[in-house]
Design a protein around this ligand. Structure first.
Ligand code: TXA
Ligand code: MG
Length: 347
């Protein structure tokens, strides 16, 4: 049985989450909000509890979890005490949507880190997540979706997909950002971007120095040797085949050709009167697109169509993370209208 705790954010008090704290303390699993996406967590100090996360999500056990903390003291107890850290950068970015990979302290369970010598750590900026961690202890958690499916950014979907699979779900509405945290590996100099996310790298570089990345971080191709284990798995995918137009020009050309039954995912500015559309935000504020992207994928699946078309974004600021998620969610990228028509004929 899953216990659901309903929270109205305008009237939130920490005593409302005591049942979630109790569930964690007794080795249970809790779905909780963060400012990025919902997490599915267990106490990081309890390997048996952490194993339940993999079962609930259907997640392969070689894909490590993020340890969520609420204080720098906890950071120091999970990271290798012999290393030096960019403390100024961490203090600036945290609490917030940044995850850092560091060498781990002794005694951290291999269940959490999938046997790696490193651990991913982040301090979320959500009052409920903060209180939960402060009251129960550091929480190991991946995003609260079923493995490979779109991440959950609204508790409505958490209840829909995870009721019966976890001990507690904290029902606290939509999350602020809607896209997962940015992950950088700070065991490397310069730091390496493993996954773009809600924290724009342009905003991290002034404090962490230059951050390097390859095509995999852009969502192009898969890592041969997984730099981050998660990279080798398909991700964020709706069941509907999502087709990405390589440029906005190609998107417009396709829109001119297809009939009105074709479903498109587009910003207000790009929808161009097309009838069957899911509006994913506005080009004036790409954070609006981040906020809606995963819930739009879920809405798309609810339409039960074979395929849908989406347009690209400029890979700057939050647009970098948007393109990573869209590429990973896409079935195919088409370079021209002809490409698209060929594809239509083949599926
Ligand atoms: O915003 C977020 O980051 C959300 C919320 C819940 O905090 N969490 C999240 O977790 O997105 P998850 O499991 O979906 O993604 C974490 C990624 C995975 O791709 C995993 O492979 C990678 O972090 N990761 C974890 N530990 C790692 C490590 N030691 N080295 C490299 N990558 C690691
Ligand atoms: Mg995930």
């Amino acid at each position: 049985m899953t216990r659901i705790i309903h929270i109205d954010r305008s009237d939130y008090r920490r005593d409302q989450i005591v049942d979630a704290v109790d569930a964690l303390r007794s080795g249970g699993t809790v779905v909780f909000p963060t400012e990025t996406v919902y997490g599915l967590g267990a106490l990081a100090s309890n390997p048996e509890a952490c194993k339940k996360i993999f079962i609930a999500k259907g997640r392969p056990s070689d894909n490590p979890l993020i340890v969520h903390i609420s204080s720098m003291e906890q950071f120091f107890s999970y990271s290798d005490p012999d290393d030096s850290y960019p403390i100024e950068g961490l203090n600036k970015a945290w609490p917030g949507p940044l995850t850092v990979v560091v060498r781990k302290a002794q005694g951290i369970s291999d269940v959490v880190t999938a046997g790696l010598p490193t651990v991913a750590i982040r301090m979320p900026d959500d009052p409920i997540a903060h209180d939960l961690i402060e009251m129960a202890g550091p929480i190991a958690a991946p995003s609260a979706n079923i493995s490979t499916r779109p991440s959950i950014t609204d508790s409505r979907d958490a209840i829909r997909f995870l009721d019966g699979r976890v001990d507690v779900i904290i029902d606290a509405g939509p999350t602020r950002f809607g896209i997962e945290s940015t992950i950088i590996d700070i065991t490397k100099r310069p730091a390496e971007l493993l996954r773009p996310g809600s924290y724009a790298i342009e905003d991290l570089e002034p404090v962490f120095g230059p951050i390097v990345y390859g095509d995999v971080a852009r969502g192009l191709g898969e890592a041969k040797i997984a730099i981050t284990p998660g990279m080798k798995y398909r991700h964020y995918s709706p069941s509907t085949k999502l087709i990405l137009a390589e440029t906005r020009e190609v998107f417009r050309q396709i829109l001119d050709t297809v009939d009105e039954d074709m479903v498109v995912l587009a910003t207000e500015e790009m929808v161009d009167g097309h009838k069957k559309a899911i509006i994913i935000g506005t080009d004036r504020d790409l954070y609006s697109v981040a906020h809606n992207l995963f819930s739009s994928f879920i809405a798309l699946d609810d339409m039960h169509v074979d395929l849908a078309l989406i347009h690209p974004f400029e890979e700057r600021g939050i647009g970098f993370a948007l393109m990573n998620r869209i590429r990973k969610a896409s079935y195919r990228t088409v370079k021209s209208r002809e490409d698209f028509l060929d594809l239509l004929g083949s599926i």
